[in-house]
Design a protein around this ligand. Structure first.
Ligand SMILES: Cc1cc2nc3c(=O)[nH]c(=O)nc-3n(C[C@H](O)[C@H](O)[C@H](O)COP(=O)(O)OP(=O)(O)OC[C@H]3O[C@@H](n4cnc5c(N)ncnc54)[C@H](O)[C@@H]3O)c2cc1C
Length: 385
């Protein structure tokens, strides 16, 4: 379908696709199997000037919007969602700074990120605080010109690889969620350490670790915005990131459809290509239709965000929910189309099905997305007569 992309958007998409097909696809099975962190590919992305798409030009980026970001993410996910997640999680770490950082903070952290010299990470989740983000227990206590952080963040993408981490911690425990604040903690700060690399079902090229903060002392100017705004920073960060998760789902599902359709042309049973069987065609038809619907919604929400609306929480949740549920089903169906071959590691759809699952879990589970949408609808309808 023609989504009326500008020439610049098409070029960006092509560039990311070229990296996905020429650099990522040939080695994605090895990255997955051996759990290799994709440093070389990140270097290629930096070389192609793709690490600063959403960073303003004054801080060394391309100054582009959510639409361009989703185009790049969709293309990278056609190659490998593990690699694309690594790239996306770096922006997740940068959003608190992009949205709420001081000029000095932006000037320090964004130019090296845009050049691809450093990675970011965003750390909210804790052992006792998953969906219930308000239950975080990490604290940040002011001590003169410093804050001292204590606590453990769990399952943080890019942890230990990222040079800077945006961390949500309580500056006022008595106030609960309203007492949370956001900080930048550097990998080299005293008192920060990282847990073991988690063994995961999918996205195994990406790195997931704990961040352990033990009397981690950071200068007070690492506070993002002001004390007590940590949850607003978190919610806006996630609202901005969710179209990106949807784009990963679209790219992944498209890639699964391509694999399944190409296989169906070649595989012969009962003296005919399996593509000629209507039951197989129906699986492919459902996939293609759902993918196009998810892509259209992803682009629509990205353009909506770029029009700078006041509130886009509901739309962010809707697109994440729809596209990631779609990708899960599409990858299951791709395996079904390919039968036993689809189940074998030799073929890429097995990895794709494993990779799809995380999209329904991270950046807020899809049950939580439904809660968010339900809450917004309740508010809207209670205002209507
Ligand atoms: C590979 C990976 C990478 C991650 N990367 C990051 C990262 O970079 N930064 C970060 O901060 N976090 C990260 N996370 C954490 C992720 O965001 C959480 O796993 C997610 O928010 C869900 O929390 P939980 O796993 O503790 O599940 P739980 O909150 O324990 O939920 C378990 C189940 O209960 C359901 N549930 C819980 N509460 C409700 C409710 N109120 N209504 C309906 N259903 C409910 C959930 O939907 C889920 O199905 C990552 C996780 C993984 C696995």
């Amino acid at each position: 379908m023609d989504y009326l992309l500008t020439e610049e958007q098409q070029m960006l998409q092509e560039l990311a696709r070229q990296i996905a097909y020429e650099r990522i696809k040939p080695i994605r099975a090895q990255l997955d199997e051996e759990e290799i962190f994709p440093r070389d590919i990140l270097a290629d992305l930096a070389q192609a000037d793709l690490c600063g798409t959403i960073v303003p030009e004054e801080f060394g980026g391309l100054g582009l919007g959510c639409m361009e970001n989703v185009l790049v993410l969709e293309a990278l996910a056609e190659g490998c969602v593990g690699v694309a997640t690594t790239y996306a999680a770096s922006f997740l770490g940068a959003y608190p700074l992009l949205l709420y950082g001081s000029e000095d903070q932006k000037a320090k952290y964004l130019p090296p990120l845009a050049k691809g010299e450093v990675l970011g990470a965003f750390a909210l989740t804790e052992p006792q605080a998953g969906s219930d983000a308000g239950a975080i227990a990490t604290t940040a206590v002011k001590d003169g010109d410093f804050y001292v952080l204590n606590g453990t963040k769990q399952w943080i993408t890019n942890a230990g690889e990222a040079e800077f981490n945006t961390i949500i911690a309580l500056t006022d425990r008595a106030k609960g969620a309203r007492g949370a604040s956001a900080f930048v903690v550097e990998k080299s700060d005293p008192g920060i350490s990282f847990g073991k690399k988690e063994k995961k079902m999918g996205i195994r090229a990406s790195v997931t670790r704990e961040i352990i903060l033990e009397d981690c002392r950071i200068p007070k100017d690492r506070l993002i915005s002001r004390e007590g705004l940590g949850f607003i920073v978190t919610m806006k960060t996630l609202d901005n990131a969710r179209p990106g998760a949807a784009a990963l789902a679209v790219g992944l599902a498209q890639s699964a459809l391509d694999e399944a359709a190409n296989f169906a042309k070649e595989r012969q049973q009962f003296g005919a290509p399996i593509f000629s069987f209507q039951a197989v065609q129906h699986l492919l038809a459902n996939m293609a239709t759902q993918i196009e619907a998810a892509r259209a919604l992803t682009y629509a929400v990205a353009r909506h965000l770029d029009s700078k609306p006041k509130d886009y929480t509901k739309e962010g949740a809707m697109v994440k929910l729809f596209a990631t549920d779609m990708a899960m089903q599409a990858t299951i169906d791709a395996v079904q189309v390919m039968g036993g071959h689809g189940y074998m590691r030799e073929y890429p759809v097995e990895k794709m099905m494993r990779d799809a699952k995380i999209l329904q879990i991270y950046e807020g589970t899809n049950q939580i997305m439904r809660n968010v949408i339900g809450l917004a609808l309740n508010k809207e309808y209670s205002k209507k007569k």
